[in-house]
Design a protein around this ligand. Structure first.
Ligand SMILES: Nc1ncnc2c1ncn2[C@@H]1O[C@H](COP(=O)(O)OP(=O)(O)OP(=O)(O)O)[C@@H](O)[C@H]1O
Length: 254
């Protein structure tokens, strides 16, 4: 049985005439942490959005936990997923975005309950109990009745993580989760992510936090201009990269 949570082979994606992903090959093992690094515009966010069914792959194979993203297989044939099936599949991956995208008109608790109750149709009382545990876990057990704007950016991002976890995702995708935060708030979000990693959550993290990548990831992937240039353990890719493009990028950011 495959131990891959995410498998990408030759994944391509264009927006209009511009090809953004030019054949991504990548494998993410279950229970591992992968950090995606690379210059702005290299396609990291687009790739995350493809994993989460937020974008449709144009060509290549992309699977999450053995299921092809965007397609279902029946009698040896591939069928495109219908919209409701895509929405369902989207719940496989919890996503945390750069800017805290909590619903501003809902309390913290309502934010967390929304998808499990409305989309997953799970009993409210059951989800409520789990949500309280999740809030405690991100250190905000007392803020369930607050509105997002009453919280700091770091607190909002911790709520966004709790909200994603409430859907019981198979993997978590993080798109530069700390880059919109004041520097003193970065650590509290990274600490929650470190705990998640220690608990064995499969994570794909787009980040510029190289110290975090070095400390937490099993695999660092350097992307540039829509391809994976180099990947491997953090000490290799960040410590002694092979490719000139990786070296040049790291010399600018380290
Ligand atoms: N929906 C879209 N329509 C058109 N172009 C898009 C769309 N989404 C992304 N792009 C373009 O795709 C390119 C790659 O963007 P992407 O956000 O994936 O890169 P990135 O590596 O995550 O960069 P960053 O670190 O700046 O977020 C950019 O030039 C962006 O403008």
């Amino acid at each position: 049985m495959s131990t891959a949570m995410v498998e990408a082979q030759g994944v391509r994606k264009s927006f209009g005439p511009v090809e953004i992903l030019k054949g991504i090959d990548l494998r993410v093992e279950k229970g591992s942490v992968t950090c995606l690094i690379g210059p702005s515009g290299s396609g990291k966010t687009t790739f995350l959005r493809c994993i989460n069914h937020l974008e449709k792959v144009d060509a290549g194979r992309l699977s999450v936990d053995g299921s092809l993203v965007g397609y279902a297989e029946r009698n040896g044939k591939l069928y495109e997923l219908k919209e409701d099936q895509t929405a369902q599949a989207r719940l496989d991956a919890g996503m945390v975005f750069q800017r805290f995208n909590l619903f501003p008109h809902m309390t913290v608790m309502e934010n967390i309950l929304e998808a499990p109750v409305r989309v997953q149709k799970r009993p409210r009382a059951e989800v409520l109990k789990e949500a309280q545990v999740l809030l405690d876990r991100v250190g905000l057990g007392h803020r369930g009745d607050s509105y997002p704007q009453e919280l700091s950016g770091g607190q909002q991002q911790r709520i966004a993580i709790a909200r994603a976890l409430a859907m019981k995702p198979k993997l978590m995708l993080f798109d530069e989760p700390t880059s919109a935060l004041d520097p003193e708030l970065v650590g509290e979000v990274l600490d929650v992510m470190k705990d998640l990693a220690e608990e064995g959550m499969t994570m794909v993290v787009v980040t510029h936090e190289l110290a975090f990548a070095r400390q937490v990831s099993d695999q660092v992937v350097f992307m540039d201009q829509g391809v994976v240039v180099e990947s491997g353990p953090p000490e290799q890719v960040l410590g002694s990269p092979v490719h000139e493009r990786t070296k040049s990028f790291l010399s600018k950011v380290l």
